[in-house]
Design a protein around this ligand. Structure first.
Ligand SMILES: Cc1ncc(COP(=O)(O)O)c(C=O)c1O
Length: 384
């Protein structure tokens, strides 16, 4: 089997599994307790905070553990909305946000906050010229993903933040970094980011764990109240095995810059092979361009439905997806691709190939061979 759906989730590193196994078998103590073994667990979690903070150019006390990207996005958006006092504010998000953001931001409308959407251009990037018309002096939050989960387009966060701060000095910037963290650099201070959401299972770590980095001075209302863990911002007994597993994944990824570059080269190689076929297109920046993430490739085929191609590839032992994992259950046409100007038919004819650190060049060769074979087979049934 060739697994090319790493944007849906990744296989954990062996070392992550080992750390979690040890945590559950031997270090199962509640890190909030006062005895030594519990304090040791807490110390391990602290090391994880430090590792994440170092990646983001943040401080240890700016990192808050959550149950994953979705919760981090919810906490950032709803938590910030609840601190406002109905002064005619608006929240702005891009047209291509993951539902963890787009569905959550809709909920703030109920709090009397207007929601505005930033258009994107044909390459799948936020349109900064259009942003000037959307953002105004009452914009309290701009939310934009770091990397599109569907096209791999790296968004111009630094420029967007600078533009937003130029228009609305009190604006806060939230970035859903779930698809970017540890594959595309992020320094929160330099990029003007106030809140950054990340998730463990996209970086060969465990599922059900993530973090929200919150710059000092940004106030959020807790969304999960209870025992007051995480400095009262996020209550609930710590999922210590998962947090320690996340820390191990960050540690591994931090030492594997060369592997990330290898992944970028694999993606370029795969596209070089696929582009030799007729009627195939990349959606988003071309592999190799500065704003193309190293791991996500969105490819459309003329006259072939993405769903059919995905099923055919699965039969040939290659696992890809038609879009994001959550959208594929609903079988909706991708809003990301539609807002980039693709027709419904083009969007429907798309697969997403996403790489992880465990893929190999040989797998790219084999995936390309199988894709060409399936495309030739399916061309016989092509819509006319
Ligand atoms: C861009 C983006 N944001 C948020 C999420 C949700 O993260 P999690 O699965 O950790 O809740 C995902 C997951 O696919 C994602 O791709």
């Amino acid at each position: 089997m060739i697994y090319l759906d790493n944007s849906a989730t990744t296989r954990p590193f062996d070392s992550v599994i080992d750390v979690m196994d040890k945590s559950m078998r031997e270090m199962y103590f509640n890190p909030s307790a006062a005895y030594k073994p519990a304090v040791d667990v807490d110390r391990g979690m602290r090391a994880c905070r430090k590792l994440i903070a170092a990646q983001l150019g943040a401080q240890e006390d700016e990192i808050f553990f959550t149950s994953g990207g979705t919760e981090s996005d919810n906490l950032a958006i709803l938590g910030y909305a609840e601190t406002l006092h109905g002064g005619g504010e608006n929240f702005v998000c891009s047209a291509i946000e993951h539902p963890a953001v787009s569905e959550t931001i809709r909920r703030v409308e109920r709090l009397g906050i207007e929601v505005r959407v930033l258009p994107i251009d044909r390459r799948g990037l936020v349109d900064l010229d259009a942003a000037r018309d959307v953002i105004d002096e009452n914009t309290a939050l701009v939310s934009c993903m770091q990397v599109s989960n569907e096209t791999g387009a790296i968004q111009p966060i630094e420029a967007l933040s600078a533009l937003a701060h130029g228009i609305s000095p009190r604006v806060r910037v939230h970035v859903d970094g779930v698809q970017g963290f540890m594959r595309v650099p992020m320094r929160m201070g330099k990029m003007g980011v106030d809140m950054y959401a990340l998730s463990g299972h996209k970086i060969h770590g465990p599922k059900g764990v993530g973090a929200l980095a919150v710059r000092r001075g940004v106030r959020l209302a807790p969304q999960m109240t209870g025992g007051g863990q995480e400095k009262n911002l996020r209550s609930g007994t710590y999922n210590a095995p998962a947090i320690l597993g996340l820390g191990q994944a960050v540690k591994e990824m931090a030492g594997r810059h060369e592997d990330v570059e290898r992944m970028r080269a694999m993606k370029a190689h795969l596209w070089a092979l696929l582009s030799a076929m007729d009627g195939v297109r990349v959606n988003g920046p071309m592999p190799g361009e500065a704003d193309a993430a190293p791991h996500i490739l969105s490819v459309s085929f003329d006259g072939v439905r993405g769903e059919v191609m995905r099923n055919a590839l699965e039969g040939a032992g290659v696992l890809v997806s038609t879009g994001s994992a959550c959208a594929s259950h609903k079988q909706k046409v991708s809003q990301t691709l539609r807002s980039m100007g693709l027709t419904g038919e083009q969007a429907d004819g798309t697969i997403r190939i996403s790489l992880g650190l465990m893929n190999t060049m040989d797998e790219m060769d084999e995936a390309a061979v199988q894709t060409a074979k399936m495309a030739a087979l399916l061309a016989k049934y092509r819509r006319r």
